[in-house]
Design a binder for this molecule. Structure first.
Ligand SMILES: *Cc1c(COP(=O)(O)O)cnc(C)c1O
Length: 428
């Protein structure tokens, strides 16, 4: 891939590059398996001595062409697709952690990720410490232990909309000798490139903006290829010592810059099997072709909507990093100079009941448990995802009872504002 290409060109052109007489458009390799001429050829594949496809649970060409496009967008050494964002997060951590290990994570992360870390991975013997990402670096460093294997955070947190100080986090991780793993789902590589600021591994829920049409679940892991696993060999024996399940092959020796990624594919995907279907990868690729156009429009629309909301007397507060009043405004300008994303949160004066009335009064803006796609939608955690919590418990969880999450789509901004305006009139 030509490194000098701009993101817009990468969105359209990277990945599948047909040769003479091949289909112009990425084909769906709808095949679980691949044919070889001799037993010896197949044996070499199983020993990782030759490159090639043999079973779609491990690798499939359609998926790999799409992963290559995502790697190019992020500026990484390589990437893989997973069946969901959750699978990507799990693999990204589990690839370098065993029972008895420890991970430090920002506390303001996606609820599904928090549950995976605090409940499910804990059952596997992997312990997490959650930190306030705004705490001074010295304080965050204090929670690291000899068995800490990674630092994790979201570039823009869902739904808190906290913008991560990526350089600060990268410095903390590297001074503790561990990689920084960043979930870059919300800004996407169009608006933020965490590798440029020191991140080592990037993950995505491609279900959101990358697909962009709410049609296919998926995830991705991108390997920056720069973390020196051998420099911390005792911490990462899975990468730096022989893997008996591949006749004693050592990932860092055999695969260099993509040791981490290769291990995740040939070991975790082999054994756990959260592969993305080639159909979904094809749909994801169609989404990626317009990602640059859509992100721009999401940001333009969200900026107009956020400014409108801030001007209204019915609104108690608006949380959008593109607003000058936002505490992350300057940081967002540094890490995401072209804009953040289309998601924001806000509160209506009057709390829970007023929020419900407002949402029920919306016309084309839909109430859905989704975020970050072409259609504008809303969610009220106090009535939906967090409905079992009291007002005090909601506040403690960082989702006050009046919080409405609005995901601004790519419709006409005036129409979105008009729908909001007529709903605001209904709550009077
Ligand atoms: C949705 C989401 C996930 C989980 O992704 P799925 O594709 O739903 O499994 C992870 N991180 C963030 C920031 C998300 O918004």
């Amino acid at each position: 891939m030509n490194k000098k290409q701009n993101p817009e060109t990468i969105c359209v052109q990277a990945g599948w590059q047909p040769k003479k007489g091949e289909p112009r458009v990425l084909p769906i390799y709808q095949s679980t398996t691949f044919k070889y001429e001799t037993s010896e050829q197949m044996a070499q594949l199983f020993d990782l001595e030759a490159e090639g496809y043999f079973y779609t649970r491990l690798q499939n060409p359609t998926n790999d062409f799409v992963a290559a496009k995502i790697a190019a967008l992020e500026g990484g050494a390589g990437a893989m697709l997973t069946s969901s964002g959750q699978a990507a997060t799990f693999y990204a951590i589990f690839n370098i952690c065993n029972a008895g290990d420890h991970v430090v994570s920002a506390s303001t992360i996606y609820g599904g990720t928090f549950n995976l870390f605090a409940v499910t991975m804990k059952k596997l013997g992997i312990e997490f410490t959650f930190v306030d990402q705004e705490a001074p670096a010295e304080d965050i460093r204090k929670v690291f232990r000899p068995n800490t294997k990674a630092l994790f955070a979201e570039s823009i947190s869902n739904p808190g909309m906290n913008v991560l100080d990526i350089e600060k986090f990268a410095n903390i991780a590297h001074s503790e000798g561990v990689p920084l793993i960043v979930d870059n789902t919300f800004p996407t590589p169009i608006n933020c490139r965490p590798f440029d600021w020191g991140a080592d591994i990037i993950i995505h829920s491609t279900t959101k903006y990358m697909d962009g049409h709410a049609i296919s679940l998926g995830g991705a892991i991108v390997d920056g290829g720069k973390f020196d696993w051998n420099a911390h060999s005792d911490k990462y024996p899975g990468l730096t010592q022989p893997d008996e399940s591949y006749h004693g092959l050592t990932y860092t020796e055999s695969f260099g810059k993509t040791a981490y990624l290769t291990k995740a594919v040939v070991q975790l995907m082999r054994d756990l099997g959260s592969a993305q279907s080639p159909q979904n990868a094809f749909l994801l690729n169609v989404g990626l072709e317009t990602l640059h156009l859509r992100m721009q429009r999401h940001c333009e629309n969200a900026q107009k909507v956020a400014e409108y909301l801030e001007s209204r007397p019915e609104i108690a507060w608006v949380n959008y990093p593109g607003l000058k009043s936002n505490k992350y405004y300057d940081r967002a300008k540094k890490y995401m100079p072209n804009g953040t994303c289309g998601v924001m949160t806000f509160g209506l004066k009057g709390g829970r009941d007023v929020s419900v009335k407002f949402m029920d009064s919306l016309q084309f803006i839909a109430i859905v448990t989704h975020v970050a796609d072409a259609r504008t939608c809303v969610l009220h955690p106090a009535s939906h995802t967090h409905r079992q919590l009291s007002d005090d418990q909601l506040k403690a969880a960082g989702v006050p009872a009046d919080l409405i999450r609005l995901s601004v789509g790519i419709e006409n901004a005036n129409d979105i504002i008009e729908d909001i305006e007529q709903a605001l009139k209904q709550i009077l």
